[in-house]
Each structure stands twice: as structure tokens, then as C-alpha cells.
Write a protein that binds this ligand. Sequence first.
Ligand SMILES: Cc1cc2nc3c(=O)[nH]c(=O)nc-3n(C[C@H](O)[C@H](O)[C@H](O)COP(=O)(O)OP(=O)(O)OC[C@H]3O[C@@H](n4cnc5c(N)ncnc54)[C@H](O)[C@@H]3O)c2cc1C
Ligand SMILES: NC(=O)c1ccc[n+]([C@@H]2O[C@H](COP(=O)([O-])OP(=O)(O)OC[C@H]3O[C@@H](n4cnc5c(N)ncnc54)[C@H](OP(=O)(O)O)[C@@H]3O)[C@@H](O)[C@H]2O)c1
Length: 469
Amino acid sequence: MSSIRPLRVAIVGAGPAGIYAADILSKTDLDVSIDLFERLPAPFGLVRYGVAPDHPRIKQIITALHRVLSRGDVRLLGNVDYGVDLKLDDLRQFYDAVIFSTGAIKDHELPVPGIDLDGSYGAADFVSWYDGHPDVPRTWPLEAKEVAVLGAGNVALDVARILAKHADDLLPTEIPANVYDILKSSPVTDVHVFARRGPAQVKFSPLELRELGHVPDVDIVVYPEDYDFDEGSMAAVESSNQTKQVVKTLTDWTLVDPSTQTASRRLHLHFLHAPAEILGEDGKVVGLRTERTALQGDGTVKGTGEHHDWPVQAVYRAVGYFGSPLPEVPFDELKGVISNREGRVVDLDGDHLPGVYATGWIKRGPVGLIGHTKSDASETIRHLVEDVTGVGDGGDVATGDLTAGRTATQAEPQAVLDFLADRGVDVVEWDDFVLLDEHEKSLGEPHGRERIKVVPRDEMLDIAKRRRA
Ligand SMILES: Cc1cc2nc3c(=O)[nH]c(=O)nc-3n(C[C@H](O)[C@H](O)[C@H](O)COP(=O)(O)OP(=O)(O)OC[C@H]3O[C@@H](n4cnc5c(N)ncnc54)[C@H](O)[C@@H]3O)c2cc1C
Ligand SMILES: NC(=O)c1ccc[n+]([C@@H]2O[C@H](COP(=O)([O-])OP(=O)(O)OC[C@H]3O[C@@H](n4cnc5c(N)ncnc54)[C@H](OP(=O)(O)O)[C@@H]3O)[C@@H](O)[C@H]2O)c1
């Protein structure tokens, strides 16, 4: 029998990437003891605080993630903020390896004039608001009748759909009461989505796009004059079934007779319009100026110099997310990711920081579905196992010595809890979160809803820590 203690591993960030990494690591031949840190009092990352509330099927992924955390072999340490409550040097005392899976929560910048006007918003902030993220303001100024959404990805679709949908159609979902009330009072009539490239270059998923056509009392408007394809577009349609489906749906919408469109709200999809300026008066958005673009033959576009002004009172940019740097961890400012090679975190010289890894969106950037974070986690864990055992490609540390990698000086699981208690951190463990989870479900049950989210952080903590019923 071996007297070697288990390898102590900290995973920072309990979104899907962190939970899949914990699951995969726990199923390797390594004898491991895993702690999963999360800055929020609730795990599941963007599955809880990003996936749209009217996508309950996708939210159900939480059931599988829940199962991993309820097994008991991965310890959740929630309400612990890396960079505030502890840093890498602290973690190294307690753990032999650290995996960062902190995702991305911020909007990518869009450097156009007027971007800082009142009424110009980032999609990420809006998403955090409607999904009840505890660390964002509880109110949202929904005062515009006409709104522009910039970008042609699935986040743009989510934002446009939530803006256009009647609040009562969102009521059966888990949206918090304050979100319903504000959406209910929205005067919106027209939501305009702007893609800077053509119909064959949008990044919408076919299913998510088709769903728009089923939103009650919302008509979809696609303009034939915006509809152009070049050789690159035709090649994209030929080579990708997804693109083919997306283009078919869009083409069907160009054929709709406008006289049959009688809904009280409209969602317009514009192609080949790049944002040029957000127009303002007295510091507030009063319009959007776009520049007409033209396809270049290979699916890229170039500005034509022709401008259009659109009378909108709010602009949401959904042009991608961007990762945030973490103290004591090398960061690639250009890509917004932790500097890494296939999940091994590297320093400025490209050398692996022993025992430090990354996975998920903070490893490869904010693109890809929840399922992609699983293959990501597999790659990172494969390298971690290789580094510890010396088996495989060996990475930078090929020792073959089974005691290798046991660098923590305070490896007993209680030590980190004592450290956090000394710092006054109110740690939310799995059983605490289960109380919050059950409470949210009980709030939803009388109304036939899966759950109603508790939003304020102090209320989440009080419920989890049994300080209120
Ligand atoms: C608006 C939106 C909707 C989406 N909808 C879908 C969808 O319908 N279907 C789909 O397949 N994919 C969807 N995605 C993509 C999916 O959410 C991502 O692929 C996935 O969540 C990325 O996982 P992650 O674990 O890397 O990051 P995240 O899910 O962001 O998880 C990161 C976790 O780390 C925590 N964290 C961050 N910083 C710290 C810190 N300093 N200390 C401790 N913890 C920290 C965060 O609180 C969070 O819990 C959507 C994405 C967005 C933005
Ligand atoms: N329901 C779902 O399955 C779902 C929901 C939400 C998100 N997600 C996933 O989450 C990931 C992130 O989604 P996302 O929508 O944030 O990113 P995304 O898919 O990368 O889309 C970003 C969009 O912004 C456009 N854009 C970027 N810079 C721009 C600029 N300067 N001006 C105008 N437009 C600009 C891009 O156009 P170009 O192509 O021309 O660069 C693209 O259309 C994606 O993988 C997505 O599929 C999935």
C-alpha cells in the first residue's frame, strides 16, 4: 500500500469548464483530492448566469453538473473570490496543482464614436441583469421604443429575443421578479440586429435562429436589399450544413409578404451594415450610423462609404465577450486569455509554470458551446496527469516519480478552510448551496415554475448559511 498522500488540486471557477475538469480528473488513476473554488455563492457559471431563461432545455445541463458536485468527491468552496480572498501564492501552500477556469464575463470593446453615451450597453451586462447575477445593479433602463443590437452571434440573438419578447411569455421561466417587472414596462416596438457581414457569415445556430420565428406577437423582418452572397458565401453554404440551414431560414423570411405581418413588435435582421457611430444628443443615444459593406469574394467585407442613420434610442453591442486577468497569473492581453499551451500556463518566456493550468473560456477565448468545455478539460487534465506521472508526452516535468508534484506544505483539507476563516470569508459549501437551490425551487413551485432565482448576494448567503428561512 502506498503512503503517498493524494494529490491536492484546486480548481478556480465552478462553471462548466471547472466542473468538467473536476469530474474528468476524479476519474483518472491519480489519487486526488479536489477543491473547486467559486466567487459566487452558486456554482454553474454561465449556465446559470448566461444561458437565456427561456432556454430551459439548455439550463437542464445543470442537472448533470449538479450530479458531479453532489457525489461528495469534489469539494465546493463557493463565495471565495480568487484575487481578493486568496491568490496563487496562498493556493500553492495548500495545493500541488491549480487549474484556472474563470471564464469571461465582460463585453469585448467596440471602438466606435458614441459608445459611452447613455443608452449604449454591453450585452454581457444586460445578460447578467436578466439572468439575476448578484453583482450587477437590479434595475435596467428599458425606455427605448427602437433598439439596435450589434453583432450576429448567438448572444445577439438572445439579447434581441429577450428585448422583443413580451414579458408575460417569459413569466414561466426562472426570471427574477424585478426582471419581469421591468421587461413588462418596456415600450419597445422594434429591435434591429446588425450583422457587419452577409447572411452566410452570421454565427447564429440554426435552432436558435428558427426559434425567433416562433416568438408570439413578434414578426421577423429580413430585407432583400441586404441579402447578398459572394463566392466565399456559396462555398460556406456548400461546406457547412449549419450555414445551409441558417441561410434557408433567412431566405424564407425574405419571401414573407409584409402585408401579412401584423404583430405589435418586430425584430429586424440587417446584413452588410457595420457600426460606424452611435449618435447622441445631450449625452443620450438618439441613433445609430452604419456603413454599408460589400462582400469581397472570400466572405470578408469592406466599407463602401455609404452610410445609413437609424433612429434608435438604445444600442446593445453583442460583439463577443472578453476574459479578465487574474493576479499572479500570466495573461495574454490581446486574446483576453491566460497565457497557456494546451492548458499548461506559461510565463513570458513560454515556460510552463509548474503545477498551474487553465481550461474553458479563460484558456481558449470566449467562443464555443458548453459541450466544448468538456474536450477542453480533457486536454488540460491529460497534461496535468502527464506532468505528475511522467507518463505521456511528459510536458515540461517528466519525472516518473510518483511523489512528484506533491509541493503543498499544508495539504490537509482543513488547512485552507482555517485560512479562509481567518480572513473572514463566509464559505458556501455544497450542502449550503443545496439549501439555496431547494429554496429557489420552493419559490417557483406554487407558480408551476422550475425555480425563482434569489438575486441579492446577502440574501443568497443568508439562505445558504441558514440565517433566514
Ligand atoms: C449569454 C450567453 C449565453 C450562452 N448560451 C449558451 C447556450 O444556450 N448553450 C451553450 O451550449 N452555450 C451557451 N453559451 C456558452 C457557454 O456559456 C460557455 O461555453 C461556457 O459557460 C464556458 O464555460 P467556462 O466554465 O469556461 O466559463 P463560465 O461559465 O463563465 O464559468 C466561469 C466561472 O468562474 C467563476 N469565476 C470567475 N472569476 C473568478 C474568481 N476570481 N474567483 C473565483 N471564481 C471565479 C465565475 O463566477 C463562473 O462561475 C452562452 C454564453 C453566453 C455568454
Ligand atoms: N443558444 C446558444 O447555443 C448560445 C447562446 C449564446 C452564446 N452561445 C455561444 O457563446 C459563444 C459566444 O457568443 P457571442 O455571440 O458572444 O460571440 P460570436 O459567436 O463570436 O459572435 C460575435 C459577433 O459579433 C460580430 N462582431 C465582432 N466584432 C464586431 C465589430 N467590431 N463590429 C460589428 N460586429 C462585430 C461578429 O462578426 P464577425 O463574424 O464579422 O467577426 C459576430 O457576428 C459562441 O460560441 C456562441 O455560439 C451559444
